[in-house]
Write a protein that binds this ligand. Structure first.
Ligand SMILES: [Zn+2]
Length: 75
């Protein structure tokens, strides 16, 4: 369970955001330049780090996981 988000981020579906383009982060809703694109969704580098660092029993991780689930259901 704890590795789902990690493997999602580092799967082939994810590309590093290039250039000076800004995108709105899925989690913190801030416009950032650096981060990850997952399909049409963007996760900023700050949230990415927190997400990767988070563990199963971490409340932050549960929050992120819920957001990700919501995102996948919308596909
Ligand atoms: Zn963010």
């Amino acid at each position: 369970m704890g590795r789902i988000a990690y493997s999602l981020i580092y799967s082939g579906q994810v590309n590093k955001l290039a250039g000076e383009e800004t995108k709105t982060c899925l989690f913190c809703h801030l416009n950032k330049k650096a981060g990850l694109n997952i399909l049409d969704t963007f996760i900023c580098s700050d949230c990415e780090k927190r997400l990767v660092r988070a563990t199963c029993d971490d409340r932050a991780y549960q929050f992120y996981l819920q957001n990700l689930k919501k995102f996948w259901h919308e596909l």
